[in-house]
Design a protein around this ligand. Structure first.
Ligand code: ADP
Ligand code: ZN
Length: 513
């Protein structure tokens, strides 16, 4: 194994997990590999075919990605090629069927539509493994479900004794199980590397939309470009992409653009120029995605709250692949949070809709967080025993003024309980602020003793407190059908029972604006 690693890739040692994964594949076991971007997953399926001298078939979602990989492998003296449904020339397919390639890439459509004859010919020569890259695309619970991926399960029937390897950088437990079920993996060896990208700094800022803010953003980016290097700015709409792109150009910054309304050719051109450092800043929608294997991206900015933490983690994770310190900043406005319906439009069932809402809610919570961002991300991905403070996120490095919010917290938690744990944050806050809206009068919430006790503070102030109480576990946010419901958690109940408005234990929280 070490010989092959050195001979073809020029590396002397394996990175963590690589060797164990390769050994299991060589034993013929199915494997699920969940490891952070840049941790070296590709090597796990590239080495076995070179050892046993049998073709590895790799399913990959994007043509451009496959082409890049094929080129890189050929430069290392590895026989590689790709076949897709777009090809009219069947020569490559013939050569492939005769087992002449070490590594053969295929789109999922092609893998599912290619003739059984092809598979049986190739099987005669021997297949070392079938790898499914970006395997989270197979799951409706993932953040990037692709219908073409769902079909891949049928390959198991055709290739019963070939080890299957699923690889992804992000997968919650649900998605992991879904991948293994869909690919009909048997007794798979599951490897989950750490999600912690220690060289990345995480930060969040809230902003108000407008020209002033765009100027501020451009200023920030120009500072970064001058000192560091490549930057990606992810926008939630094409309109934003265009606006920011133009502002950057006006400021004399070399920038490029990438979004779904550009033609294929223009997009490829833009991607290539970025990889070759012909401009410094790529302004893009999330269509600019998989396969950005550029090592020296120093700065990833999200302009607008992303649709899930999975996609945020993956997009922000494109920086610092070379291990050098890099930054991930997220800019959001409160108005981003009403986009749930927009994201839910993709849903084809109630359960999928709920899944989308839940993912989006987690992203919102990340925005509002006042505790360590890295811990929150790592906890979300199921990593155990993460320290409370990382020291390299905005919340760990900036000291906030804190004050005793016990009275306010008591009022808000009580109001939520008094309203029956049955609403979002707005209703209990309106009650505290003394509203006599029809809804409140009908429900007789205006008769509650705490009605009007929180008049002196704004609705937004109370909401910010509510989000903090959620992130500290005093309140629980859930989804009922398509509504967010906030209820008092056991921790919140304990807080209430041990206190009266003027006699509470102290609850010190950062001051909210
Ligand atoms: P992933 O697919 O997990 O995002 P890649 O497979 O693209 O990561 O690997 C990221 C980088 O690390 C690549 O440039 C790769 O050549 C390099 N790499 C992989 N394995 C090793 C190793 N054992 N030693 C040194 N570099 C490695
Ligand atoms: Zn931190």
């Amino acid at each position: 194994m070490e010989y092959t690693l050195k001979k073809f890739f020029g590396y002397s040692t394996f990175r963590p997990y690589q060797k164990e994964i390769i050994e299991k594949i060589l034993e013929g076991k199915d494997s699920l590999v969940v490891m952070a971007t840049g941790s070296g997953k590709s090597l796990c399926y590239q080495v076995p075919p070179l050892i046993v001298n049998k073709t590895a078939v790799v399913i990959s979602p994007l043509l451009s990605l496959m082409q890049d990989q094929v080129m890189a492998l050929r430069q290392r003296g590895i026989k590689a090629d790709h076949i897709s449904s777009a090809q009219t020339d069947s020569r490559v397919q013939h050569i492939a069927a005769s087992g002449q390639f070490d590594i053969l890439y295929m789109t999922p459509e092609k893998a599912c539509s290619i003739s059984n004859n092809f598979w049986s010919n190739l099987l005669d020569k021997g297949i070392s493994l079938l790898a499914v890259d970006e395997a989270h695309c197979i799951s409706e619970w993932g953040h990037d479900f692709r219908v073409e991926y769902k079909q891949l399960g049928k390959l198991r029937g055709i290739l019963p004794n070939v080890p299957f390897v699923g690889l992804t950088a992000t997968a919650t437990e649900k998605v992991r199980n879904d991948i293994m079920d869909s690919l009909e993996m048997r007794d798979a060896c599951v490897t989950i590397g750490s999600f912690d990208r220690t060289n990345l700094f995480y930060g969040v800022k809230s902003f108000s939309r407008g020209v002033l803010f765009v100027d501020e953003l451009v200023g920030e980016v120009s500072k970064c470009v001058a000192t560091a290097g490549s930057t990606i700015i992810y926008c939630t709409t094409i309109k934003d992409v265009q606006q920011i792109f133009e502002s950057l150009l006006k400021a004399g910054i070399k920038a490029g653009m990438y979004h779904g309304q550009m033609g294929n050719k223009a997009r490829e051109e833009s991607h290539r120029s970025f990889i070759r450092d012909e401009f410094d800043v790529m302004v893009a929608t999330i269509a600019f995605g998989m396969g950005i294997d550029k090592p020296n991206i120093r700065y990833v900015i999200h302009y607008g709250c992303p649709k899930s933490l999975e996609s945020y983690y993956q997009e922000s994770g494109r920086c610092g692949r070379d291990g050098i310190a890099s930054m991930c900043w997220l800019y959001y406005t409160k108005s981003d949070f009403v986009k749930a319906d927009f994201y839910c439009a993709e849903a084809s069932s109630v359960s999928q809709r709920t899944a989308i809402m839940q993912s989006f809610m987690a992203a919102q919570r990340y925005c509002m967080l006042t505790t360590c961002r890295r811990k929150f991300l790592l906890d979300y991905f199921g990593e155990k025993n993460t320290p409370d403070k990382c020291g390299t996120c905005d919340n760990c490095t900036t000291s906030r003024k804190e004050s005793d919010m016990s009275r306010e917290a008591f009022l808000l938690i009580s109001s939520i309980r008094s309203c029956g744990n049955n609403w979002g944050l707005n209703m209990p806050i309106d009650v505290l602020r003394g509203s006599r809206s029809k809804k409140i009068v009908n429900a007789q919430f205006d008769k509650l003793p705490l009605h009007g006790l929180g008049k002196e503070l704004s609705a937004n102030w109370w909401k910010a407190l509510g989000y903090q109480l959620i992130s500290h576990g005093y309140l629980t946010e859930t989804i009922r059908e398509t509504f967010k419901i906030v209820s008092v958690s056991p921790k919140g109940l304990k807080f209430l029972s041990s206190s009266k408005p003027d006699d509470q234990p102290t609850l010190v929280l950062p001051v909210t604006s």
